[in-house]
Design a protein around this ligand. Structure first.
Ligand SMILES: C[S@@+](CC[C@H](N)C(=O)[O-])C[C@H]1O[C@@H](n2cnc3c(N)ncnc32)[C@H](O)[C@@H]1O
Ligand code: SF4
Length: 427
């Protein structure tokens, strides 16, 4: 196994989209997209809130540090303008996901204003929250709306690790917020954890999992720390001497996985663990699981509209990404200019491969289609001889020992990976 970790520890996309952003062709027609949204029967929304109270050094998200409520109010007023541009007030909305940054940086009033832009309010809501900055009043507000999913940014409970990433977050603080949410809101709770952070070791991971077990969230995302200081400059503050890499890093995951399985979680797809009573588990069991920019989901309308800086919109035929820069976002909205800085119009081949890769990433098995594999199936045969993939008459099936290499396996069906550019995190 150690040799395989070495062999497959290369830079490969995470496949939250196919094609990956770096491969987008920027040929999509904006008017066609706007018309598509207007004509859609049901939509999901992703709303990006790029503000955080404090800078976490490991962070790879699009965010800026501010405590200035006026700035957040101004941004909210521009979100309303963007929603208005789409003319979707009367549309049926399936789910609204607030991502960040820190969505709970929005005041209760900001939150109401956004939700009040829609006339049909039977949508579900999911929110990523930073437990360090949430008030009782905001939890009350979430309980008044149909919040069905709250994701807590935890990362690690060990104090030495927290100091090494500039994210001080005592267990008691999280416990207090967790209990309030459980008492007031009927929703699934997810914990985001990250392995491979500075100062982490097998002991600290066990400690973090003791605390996770004590609280018992419904689902857990256990992300691999993506260290790319050239792209995310705050990561330059991380002491690289304190990072485990390669197989040592993977052992952290293996140990956490063993513990999570022991205490009743099931591993689904890539780096996600769920309790058997959850909708995600049901979706996994019935091959209904889907993957999007927000991770794994059991809910997904055919069209996702991304609102706010850096947000991505998606449908069967298109991807569009908004500008990442707040000043440019304001200027473009004021001048009625396009917000999009990147886009992609899907070819038939892209659509086929997108569904194929999605199946693989979600179900760990996919109808065999050797015609889609690059390099005359040489890699596929190698995966089979490395005992990480098997095939029966109809399907490719990722073996238990192949789960760490799911992204490597998917990349063989990625037409654009023939000339892999830099910029992806290592496996
Ligand atoms: C938008 S944040 C979650 C909400 C909130 N901002 C917070 O941190 O509490 C999304 C998640 O991305 C993950 N993340 C951020 N930077 C990462 C990195 N460099 N590698 C892996 N995961 C990362 C963290 O687990 C984080 O909770
Ligand atoms: S991890 Fe969350 S709170 Fe920390 S800087 Fe990133 S987005 Fe902000």
């Amino acid at each position: 196994m150690s040799d395989l970790y070495k062999k497959y520890d290369v830079n490969v996309p995470r496949y939250t989209s196919y094609p990956t952003i770096v491969d987008w062709n920027n040929c999509a027609n904006e008017q066609k997209w706007m018309n598509h949204v207007k004509d859609s029967e049901q939509l999901d929304l992703y709303i990006h809130i790029p503000f955080c109270n404090k800078l976490c050094w490991y962070c790879a998200c699009n965010r800026e540090v501010t405590k200035d409520q006026k700035k957040i109010d101004k941004y909210t007023s521009y979100l309303l303008k963007e929603i208005d541009q789409y003319s979707i007030k009367d549309h049926k909305i399936g789910n609204i996901h607030f991502g960040g940054g820190t969505p709970n940086a929005l005041s209760v009033q900001n939150f109401h204003n956004i939700l009040n832009s829609f006339n049909k309010k039977d949508f579900s809501i999911s929110v990523e929250i930073d437990p360090r900055v949430i008030s009782e009043q905001k939890i009350e507000a979430y309980s008044l709306y149909n919040v069905k999913h709250l994701s807590f940014g935890i990362q690690d409970f060990d104090i030495d690790v927290q100091n090494a990433i500039n994210r001080y977050q005592p267990f008691e603080l999280v416990q207090n917020i967790y209990n309030q949410v459980r008492e007031k809101i009927d929703c699934d709770i997810n914990f985001d954890l990250v392995y491979g952070l500075p100062k982490q070791n097998l002991e600290s991971i066990q400690y973090t999992l003791d605390k996770v077990q004590e609280l018992s969230p419904d689902t857990i995302a256990l992300y691999s720390y993506a260290h790319m200081p050239k792209i995310f400059s705050a990561q330059k503050l991380i002491n690289e001497q304190e990072l485990l890499v390669g197989k040592d890093k993977r052992h952290l995951y293996d140990m956490a996985k063993k513990r999570l399985l022991e205490i009743g979680y099931v591993e689904i797809g890539l780096d996600h663990f769920v309790k058997k009573e959850t909708k995600l588990y049901e979706a996994f069991k019935t091959n209904q699981l889907k993957r999007s920019f927000m991770g794994y989901t059991h809910l997904k309308s055919d069209t996702l509209v991304g609102i706010g800086v850096s947000s991505i919109s998606e449908s069967k035929n298109f991807y569009f990404q908004n500008t990442k820069d707040i000043d440019s976002y304001y200027k473009r909205l004021n001048n009625h200019e396009s917000l999009f800085v990147k886009n992609h119009e899907m070819s038939e081949d892209d659509i086929t491969r997108k569904f194929f890769i999605n199946d693989l990433m979600c179900n760990l098995s996919v109808k065999q289609n050797r015609a889609l594999a690059l390099d005359d199936n040489k890699k596929i045969d190698e995966f089979i001889s490395d005992k990480i993939l098997e095939n029966d008459e109809d399907n490719f099936i990722v073996k238990e020992s192949g789960k760490p290499f799911l992204r490597n396996i998917a990349s063989v069906f990625d037409r654009y990976r023939a000339n892999t550019p830099e910029g992806f995190s290592r496996i």
